[in-house]
Write a protein that binds this ligand. Sequence first.
Ligand SMILES: NC(=O)c1ccc[n+]([C@@H]2O[C@H](COP(=O)([O-])OP(=O)(O)OC[C@H]3O[C@@H](n4cnc5c(N)ncnc54)[C@H](O)[C@@H]3O)[C@@H](O)[C@H]2O)c1
Length: 338
Amino acid sequence: MSTQELRVAVLGAGVMGTDHARRVTRRISGARVSVVNDYVTDKAEQLAAEVPGARVIGDPLDAIEADDVDAVLLATPGPAHHKQLLACVEQRKPVLCEKPMTTDAHTALEIVRAEAALGAALIQVGFQRRFDPEYGELKALLDSGELGQPLLMHCVHRNFAPPPGFSSAMVVNESLVHEVDVTRFLLDEEIAAVRILRPRATSRAPQGLQDPQIAILETTGGRHVDVEVFVGTGVGYQVRTEVVGETGSASIGLGVGVVRTSGSGRWGGRVASGFLERFATAYDTEVQRWVDAVRSEVNVGGPNAWDGYAAAAVCAAAVRSLETGERVPVVLAQRVDG
Ligand SMILES: NC(=O)c1ccc[n+]([C@@H]2O[C@H](COP(=O)([O-])OP(=O)(O)OC[C@H]3O[C@@H](n4cnc5c(N)ncnc54)[C@H](O)[C@@H]3O)[C@@H](O)[C@H]2O)c1
């Protein structure tokens, strides 16, 4: 591994960019933030002020190109990722890109092909659940065979409230995309078709927002995954996954804090306030492993551009299903990343 600290540019000084910059500065080793960028300069300056040695660069593409930037942490909104990822690939700079990799399958495939043409694995996608201890344990349990062949998976993804301007398609691209990746990660299969059901919307939903949504994912091996995505529960952040196999089942996401059974027949625990709390360890592990991988030039197998593309293709089909109510097959391009 290189003895030099990795100099990281953080693009997007919002919720995730700020959290990642603090993580790199205070909680993980081997890297420091050298550059901060946000198209709202005040936000970049505010974040840079709490990161010793960081400077602000006003243009995101200049930030990616800068000589004092070895790698990029991309925390801008999804629609900005396409152009910024292509710039990272062009500059041959490793990048940890927050999900979604891009917001449509066409641009995601373009990214996969641009990276493959260079023959270098530069992109890791921020599907942090793969680094969460509970998801890791569930994956190990499945791989051990103890549950037998997995048949079904039930997932729940609930938020307190949607951010302003959140649309029905964003429920798919911003939220469901995590369960799409979890399905591919846990079951080791691609998703062959998707259907979105539109139950009665909560009265809390802003005009036109279909919330909640139920997604039915079918894998290439015929397994079915149902996902409740409900972004405006008014309660808190809950992410649960239950896998049902031929010889047993297992659930995660119930154990936030202490889950206990009381004499009154009740059970319960504390509901996390948001993703930064629920997945704090996963984000730390994700970024530390990314930094270690880049410094040692070893691919540690984090979610890559193909994973980002496969998720985008499923989400594109889900958005079509959201509009038509039909089951939509997912057709993936031929794999080019080896
Ligand atoms: N992995 C997770 O659990 C998780 C959780 C939340 C958000 N996210 C993802 O992180 C990314 C950022 O989300 P957020 O919640 O931090 O959003 P945010 O709105 O809080 O922050 C985004 C920032 O990017 C800036 N920005 C917008 N367009 C830009 C551009 N073209 N160039 C430079 N800066 C630009 C905005 O001014 C804003 O400060 C999104 O892709 C989102 O889906 C991931």
